[in-house]
Design a binder for this molecule. Structure first.
Ligand SMILES: Cc1cc2nc3c(=O)[nH]c(=O)nc-3n(C[C@H](O)[C@H](O)[C@H](O)COP(=O)(O)OP(=O)(O)OC[C@H]3O[C@@H](n4cnc5c(N)ncnc54)[C@H](O)[C@@H]3O)c2cc1C
Length: 466
């Protein structure tokens, strides 16, 4: 099949990648053209699958010469429509899949670092670390598909942020390719370097608009021999927020503090065909502690201070590592999957200072009542990060306007960890001043003067809400 590309660019791309890695048939392209939620979809001229940094550089040079737009794609688990072609693209567009950049270097146990290709999954990073007796500092439910490149490009978060920070904090070296095919960055992994802007930080959260990330040098952390997980039901979200302060102050081994609100607990329980092992509450918090010595007593001691009407704890279930922990974790890990099984969600990923969470949930519920939709809320309690999922959303743009305006007024952010993609562009104005947007645009055009990298993403003008 002849793609919708000039014959010159098609021939040049075939010469670099070979026919197996230039996918033009509709059947072969299909999986790359629709996002994980099935909300965002479009058509590309071809899917390109380079296997080396040198091939990425050649491919981008060809695209720049022939003015072909490039959409970088990793595991395609992103939730804001940034990894797939736009519905109304102009001119030729290719998806550049980085999954073939899957080299995994040896673990450097002295430096506690490893160099990985951008297409390596989070699970493969973690498995390699664990095989060497250490661990990866970042984890979330899409671990088997989400890639290192995608996690850096979205500055991904997940459950361990309370202990180790977001993906930005894990990158001690980066290699990336500009649209003109220049290879930039360093993989030396120097924890300290003050020579102008820090390239990994510049590219973290850039969502494929500045360069294509090809490799990264990543930090590793200790592998703890004892992990304990507790599911706590509470009589209010305010009690959950109050508990957060106590567990943060009292537990040096704290690894994650996740929040599940009743709508999400009901949905995931039905999806799993199991009830949660605690009595019904108005909020559920999953706490995980990990250490070289058993942290059970410390965790139970902190939880015991919260028993009774003042602490708001209704019930608690505690488990150590093994099948019972895996089963408990599923109540948090499989919520996104349960939502997708129930329909095509409209997703908002926001954060506010933690004290503002109860008020935010009220507004989110009001948005569902006013504009239609069933709210499924859950998130990462320690970061004040709520995932507000609306099933059967009546008017997504109106929901977003109401909720995101309230979030901004509360000093929060319209995107905590998923990025802006094409989903949040119109609301960038709520959290970035016009001077800041002008600086962002200038930076983008310095990297990519003709705007070929991920057009429409991270843009305040050309986005869609639904
Ligand atoms: C079940 C489930 C649970 C999730 N849980 C979380 C969570 O807890 N925390 C969280 O932060 N996210 C979560 N996500 C969202 C998603 O997994 C993350 O955004 C992830 O970082 C995306 O990685 P990816 O490889 O799939 O990237 P993609 O979806 O392929 O791409 C995401 C963005 O990054 C860009 N990009 C990808 N690779 C590169 C590259 N090599 N160079 C430059 N740009 C690139 C793309 O253009 C796009 O803009 C979840 C998703 C699912 C489906």
């Amino acid at each position: 099949m002849q793609p919708d590309l000039s014959s010159g660019s098609y021939t040049d791309l075939l010469a670099v990648l070979g026919p197996d890695d230039v996918l033009v048939d509709q059947d072969l392209r299909a999986g790359y053209e629709v996002d994980w939620t099935r909300r965002y979809t479009g058509t590309c001229s071809a899917v390109l699958r380079p296997r080396t940094t040198a091939q990425v550089a050649e491919v981008l040079r060809i695209c720049a010469t022939h003015q072909v737009a490039v959409i970088p794609q990793g595991g395609n688990t992103g939730l804001v429509g940034g990894s797939v072609p736009r519905a109304h693209s102009h001119g030729p567009v290719v998806v550049l899949s980085t999954r073939g950049l899957s080299d995994l270097g040896p673990v450097d146990s002295d430096a506690m670092q490893v160099t990985v290709g951008a297409g390596v999954t989070l699970a493969a990073w973690r498995n390699a670390a664990r095989a060497a007796g250490v661990d990866a500092p970042l984890d979330f439910a899409a671990r088997d598909s989400a890639t290192i490149g995608g996690a850096i490009a979205t500055n991904a978060g997940g459950s361990r942020v309370v202990r180790y920070g977001t993906m930005r904090s894990q990158v001690v070296g980066i290699e990336a390719v500009t649209i003109t095919g220049e290879i930039v960055g360093s993989l030396a992994g120097l924890p300290k370097e003050t020579v102008g802007p820090h390239l990994p930080s510049v590219l973290a959260g850039s969502e494929g608009t500045l360069a294509v990330i090809t490799r990264a040098r990543l930090r590793l952390v200790p592998r703890f021999s004892h992990t304990i997980t507790a599911l706590v039901s509470l009589d209010s979200l305010a009690a959950a927020v109050q508990m957060l302060g106590r567990v943060r102050a009292g537990l040096g081994s704290l690894d994650s503090v996740e929040l599940i609100l009743p709508g999400a607990m009901e949905l995931v329980s039905a999806h799993l065909g199991r009830r949660p092992p605690v009595a019904k509450g108005s909020a559920y918090v999953m706490i995980e502690c990990a250490d070289h010595v058993d942290p059970t007593d410390d965790l139970l001691a902190v939880l015991s201070t919260l028993d009774g009407p003042e602490g708001g704890v209704v019930d608690t279930a505690v488990t150590t590592e093994g099948p019972s922990r895996d089963q408990l974790m599923e109540f948090r890990d499989r919520i996104t999957e349960a939502i997708n099984a129930a329909g095509v969600p409209y997703k908002l990923d926001v954060a506010v200072p933690v004290a503002g969470l109860p008020a935010l949930v009220e507004i989110a519920e009001q948005a569902a009542v006013t504009y239609g939709g069933r709210l499924i809320p859950f998130g990462h309690l320690a970061e004040g990060n709520l995932h507000l999922n609306y099933l059967e959303a009546g008017d997504p743009a109106a929901i977003a306007e109401l909720v995101l305006t309230a979030v901004a007024a509360a000093g929060g952010t319209i995107s905590a960890e998923h990025g802006v993609g094409v989903a949040k562009g119109p609301w960038l104005r709520l959290v970035r001043s016009s001077a800041e947007l002008a600086v962002m645009a200038a930076m983008r055009s310095a990297w990519d003067p003709t705007g070929l990298l991920n057009p429409g993403v991270l843009s305040p003008v050309s986005s869609v809400a639904d």
